[in-house]
Design a protein around this ligand. Sequence first.
Ligand code: NAP
Ligand code: GCO
Length: 261
Amino acid sequence: MVLNSFRLDNKVALITGGSYGIGFAIARGLYEAGAKIAFNDINQELVDKGLKSYKEAGIPVRGYVCDVTDEEQVQELVRKIENDLGVIDILVNNAGIIKRIPMVEMKVEDFEKVIDVDLIAPFIVSKAVIPGMIKKGSGKIINICSMMSELGRETVSAYAAAKGGLKMLTRNIASEYGSHNIQCNGIGPGYIETPQTAPLRVKGNPFNDFIISKTPAERWGRTDDLIGPAVFLASSASDFVNGHILYVDGGILAYIGKQPN
Ligand code: NAP
Ligand code: GCO
């Protein structure tokens, strides 16, 4: 029964930065497919916010405070989850930040901070989780990439460098650990309605119309648009998919943009 291959029963999933937004939606989808859910966020306030949201959605979760850029905190996080729920089967490297600053005006420390969270942290968390997956004989890693894994634009140099690097880290983990039955893939969301893009969607911001003109679907993405792709890449249905970046972008990457009337 092909649909059974999309089930995640008895699997343990960690979604980093999962208090809200894309991470929260993906966690909800993995739960509905049968997984046990753990999430972390950078401080107790955000974890509490997430726990409240998950409770309101009727989703039992474990929430942990952990800064994913801190290797000691990440190793402690993995130990706690293994103790509370079991070995992590599915890792979603979702935590991320963006700083929109023209490159020549950007401080080095700002550039470094984005690289730390969006590229080095997925390395740190994957490095902590893979040994358990090797022992178990299977594992799924899903890195949340971006349109900026493929495209550049003004003011997002650090973010594009990080997300481009995350695409290649995804391919390298796939290459290095595929023989252990670990599949590492990426999801590249288009422009999605979350707090991170709220400044771009304010009424009258020309960027809002620009994105609509660049998206064949003629709409911003919704976090729910990412759930099916995430369940697919977390499940045995994708056991022979490895090193792939699945763009969930309404067609942006395929489209030159709406032609002038
Ligand atoms: P977001 O605001 O980027 O959410 C990311 C989450 O990660 C937040 O809860 C954030 O906490 C947390 N976080 C940040 N730094 C962290 C750290 N050092 N340790 C632990 N947690 C940390 O919202 P989003 O739009 O849902 O983005 C989720 C992911 O999708 C990100 O990787 C983003 O780059 C990517 N993405 C987003 C879009 C989009 O259009 N929204 C499109 C493509 C890709 P804070 O609230 O404190 O920042
Ligand atoms: C931006 C946006 C994008 C989205 C996303 C697109 O400022 O261009 O924040 O980067 O967050 O990454 O896929």
